[in-house]
Write a protein that binds this ligand. Structure first.
Ligand SMILES: Nc1ncnc2c1ncn2[C@@H]1O[C@H](COP(=O)(O)OP(=O)(O)OP(=O)(O)O)[C@@H](O)[C@H]1O
Ligand SMILES: [Mg+2]
Length: 352
């Protein structure tokens, strides 16, 4: 076999990427092939950040080429292993994110612990302080952000920017919002499998005209599954905020989240933990605290796992009410604003 570019590509076409089920040439992963007297060199461009198959693909390329062309050395460089914020615009999907400084996801292992409440009130608090803030409702199966901001009937417009079609976010309380519920009905999304949901989310975050943002918060769906891993890697998250309530079942799920995001293959900084529903305070007895889900569960977990403790947020009827009414709690009372101010202060300390 002659040593030329065509033959090298023909050989590399035998290598199939296990995730995308296509060969690596077809996927556009091979770049800059160079042949000199006794050396073949080229770059492999991983299909996504932290591609778990990148190392084995590189090894297969080396084996295959060394077998066929035994007299030459093979030099392969892996490109763009983890993009940093400065070169997010490398892919079209990420075009929309190129002027976004920080992307942070809010997650919880257990459902219903207050992710959306905390995402929306943190977003409004940051926006009120002058930070340009966006919020993606990534909870495909239970989107609640539009309702919490009172914009459930909004219909986002399409805009063309530099010849790329993007969706214009809906703005409410100074925050740019995007949610799947602007486009589809809930029953339809419920039957989506993970790849479909992930691709919809990719469109939402990466297809929105965010413009310049200091912070893009992502309200994740509950749990620690495929969708979370893919989104975390594709969006190149700057950090995760974990929300839990103090009771043992929620803490056990929070630990799963801490372990997953802290795992060396994912390795996203955990910016901290928020203990929501830390105690109940009735409106008529504001000094009284009832620890109905247990006391300090989140605080203790944060200390144990050595992650920052960002805030403890009480159960107050007005927080639930304001969520249902579509007015973020921080806009309804000074007491709520103070609670979320503390969260914002601690969050900003971690992200800077
Ligand atoms: N601190 C709080 N005080 C009172 N009500 C709260 C508080 N936090 C959340 N809630 C209420 O609890 C319910 C669940 O909260 P939320 O929707 O924010 O949780 P979630 O973790 O996003 O849920 P899901 O997993 O379904 O997405 C909502 O009705 C919300 O208004
Ligand atoms: Mg939610």
């Amino acid at each position: 076999m002659n040593l030329n570019k065509e033959n090298i590509l023909a050989l590399l076409e035998e290598i199939i990427h296990p995730e995308f089920e296509k060969n690596i040439v077809e996927l556009g992963m091979i770049e800059n092939i160079d042949i000199s007297d006794n050396e073949i060199s080229f770059s492999i461009l991983p299909k996504r950040q932290q591609d778990p198959f990148a190392a084995s693909i590189k090894k297969k390329c080396e084996q295959l080429l060394s077998e066929k062309f035994s007299s030459v050395t093979v030099k392969i460089t892996e490109r763009g292993k983890r993009q940093n914020t400065a070169n997010r615009e490398q892919t079209q999907t990420n075009y929309a994110l190129k002027d976004v400084k920080h992307i942070v996801a809010i997650m919880s292992g257990k459902g219903g612990v207050g992710k959306s409440t905390i995402s929306s009130n943190l977003a409004v608090t940051l926006a009120n302080r002058g930070f340009k803030t966006g919020l993606t409702d990534a909870d495909i199966y239970g989107p609640s952000i539009p309702q919490m901001f009172g914009v459930q009937n909004s219909q986002p417009m399409m805009v063309k920017v530099d010849d790329i079609e993007l969706i214009e976010p809906v703005e409410s309380y100074g925050v740019k919002l995007m949610s799947i519920s602007f486009f589809i009905n809930h029953a339809e999304a419920l039957i989506w499998r993970a790849p479909m949901a992930t691709s919809a989310l990719r469109q939402l975050a990466g297809g929105t005209y965010w413009g310049e943002l200091d912070f893009l918060l992502i309200d994740f769906p509950p749990g620690t599954g495929d969708i979370h891993i893919t989104m975390t890697q594709e969006l190149n998250l700057d950090g995760i905020i974990i929300v839990t309530t103090p009771q043992p079942v929620a803490l056990a799920d929070a630990i799963r989240g801490i372990n997953m995001f802290g795992h060396e293959k994912i390795n996203v900084p955990i910016l901290g933990l928020v203990e929501n529903m830390a105690w109940f305070t009735p409106d008529e007895l504001p000094e009284n605290r009832y620890y109905i889900f247990g006391m300090n569960g989140g605080k203790k977990l944060a200390a144990e796992k050595q992650i920052p403790f960002l805030a403890e947020i009480p159960i107050v009827q007005s927080i639930r009410q304001s969520g249902d009414d579509g007015i973020p709690a921080v806009c309804t009372s000074d007491i709520q604003a103070k609670v979320f101010d503390e969260l914002a202060d601690n969050f900003l300390k971690q992200i800077k």
